[in-house]
Write a protein that binds this ligand. Sequence first.
Ligand code: AMP
Ligand code: MG
Length: 406
Amino acid sequence: MISVEEALEILLSNLPERKMERVPFQEALGRVLAEELVATCDIPPFNRSSMDGFAVRAVDVKNPPVELDVIGESRAGGGIPPGLKAGEAVAIMTGAPVPEGADAVEVIEQCELVAGGKKIRVLRPVQSKDNIAPQASEAKAGSVAITAGHRVGPAEIAVMATFGYSRVNVYGQPSVAIFATGDELVEVDATPQPDQIRNSNAYCLASQLRLMGLRADYLGIVRDDREELRRAMLAGLERDVLIITGGVSMGEYDFVRDVFQDLELEILFSKVAIKPGKPTVFARKGNKLVFGLPGNPISALITFECFVRPALGRLCGMTAPELPRMKGELQADMRQSPGRTAFMPAWVTWQDDGWKVEPLKWKSSADIIGFTGANATFIFPKNRDLLRRGEIVEIMLLPDFFVRQR
Ligand code: AMP
Ligand code: MG
């Protein structure tokens, strides 16, 4: 049995090349830029006023009050204003070009209109450069605005718009297929017989993928039958990544590993010292990745976050897609049998001066209902059997942390 860290290492050294595609810039949200975006013009494109007021020469208003002739106006989008000379001012709005000759903008609150608006009286001195954003002070044409590898958020979309990048190169998104295995499983809209349960894992995993911005093809429920599994796997292997849940344990009817062997998949690990989720299998065939996740609902959920997410995030071009970790104070004594790193569901909140970790009451790795209140997991080190209330523990935030934000 390998450790969680060893499993991750194996996983990350077996990832195929990332793909690239060109998309309309608005579709780049959440994607990773695969090219450098260069400023196509100066920003600001001219010396820009950052206040409403009057463009002046700072030397003219050194000893206020001073009266200046108002010779014109500069407004955003209103053309380039006339230049000004000693003793003159130009009314100016936020975002408008500063006229030639002016080196400062006096804010409107410090100016009084006199002579019916033909003149102003300036009440306070300004320093040269005050309230002016100089041309190219934010970006110089030809300079790098956003480096490759950047994940695109709203600000990056704004920069693309600013520089006229209507299409951009981003890393591709892997195509993903999911199927669930188990003779006991029925679909959501069916009424289970006494020996049956509804398939919940496929939908849970599909939701986890969606929170990563990925969509999966659902290939349905597959019986615990070697031939059926083989057919479903061949269909799944047409995608970049196949996620299977169930059938990876050591039971009489757990055929997933056998079929991996039948199809000559290279099994890279098949048992990890993680709780829940020990029988997690990771395999590849050429460029295709296959995950065999355990059937217990929380095992499937946790092993997705611990193994599938880091792999898929990297295929999408991310460099650190792992869920964020932090530390917090445990609010109750907790026990476990040592030997495996355990990820325990918790409700984590900021209180007073730190993160507090309230462990959830859950019955087992099958108890998805007990897990519904979790926004994080805390990590129970594998060499420990008791964590005491008040101890500082490591927390792995779940994507639910933001989904459940109140
Ligand atoms: P397995 O990994 O196939 O041994 O399944 C372990 C447990 O998880 C069993 O109790 C299964 O009934 C349950 N299980 C397996 N697959 C699913 C699924 N897709 N949805 C909900 N429960 C499942
Ligand atoms: Mg099963």
